[in-house]
Design a protein around this ligand. Sequence first.
Ligand SMILES: [Zn+2]
Ligand SMILES: [Zn+2]
Length: 289
Amino acid sequence: MDALSCALFPDICVLCGDPLARLTSIPVCDFCWTQFPSLADSPDYSETHCACCGDLLSAPASLSSAYCRACRMAAPPFVRAVAYGLYDTQMRDAIHAFKFDRVRVLAKPLGRMLAKSIATLKSDVPDGMLIVPVPLHRAKRKVRGFNQARALATAAVIELRKTNPEWQLSLAKRTLIRHKQTEPQAGLSPRARRINLRGAFVVEDIAAVQNKNILLVDDIMTTGATARSAATALIEAGAASVRVATLSRAITTHWRKLAGDGTLGEIENKGTRKMDARLGHNSQNAIVH
Ligand SMILES: [Zn+2]
Ligand SMILES: [Zn+2]
């Protein structure tokens, strides 16, 4: 193949490194695509996950509470958060490739997964919902070249307009902005994350959100500090309600253990380095929200 063909039709899977069996513009093999289980398909999901934020419950919902400790202590400003899958090995590598290694063609298949998680809200979401991607600070967007949340939201809206046209979803333009450049979240405690993100977002176009049901979209949800901060700004600007949909969910007990023993950053960096080795170039360290 010549250089152009190699760029258009990669021959190695960016997730497992195996050769791709067929010509495709998306550098992920058929086997790896089977490794993205949907949380909505797990039979005991509502018994094991918080009914509001989707975090893993410490005890079954039927024996204790349907809500996690964090939601019981301080109810989030959003009605509910859903995610397509767990932020585990395969998902983490795919997001890294998309976000930090700029494998932009992954927006479409990952956006389709996000669309599936948004569709799980169908029964309790009114028509005419406004989709608001979580914004990046302009300095970060300049370095990265794009906002991964907007790219995923755009792909998801295209998919949902086909599958659920009656929903009349619209994608917000420059409605919410991130005017505070925050410290990297990886390794911070939930409280430190909340302080770090306090007042980070501002609604630029108040008329666009007033009395609207909003769906906030992002690639990852970890402690929910980003979602809480962005949803607060939207509610204070007059939004009727805010729901959250993310491509992936990092379970708090898992990341807290990693953050506690100092291995979270290490694991994040290792994932990136593994990807660098496959793609043969440098990428930035990951930042978990
Ligand atoms: Zn593969
Ligand atoms: Zn919760």
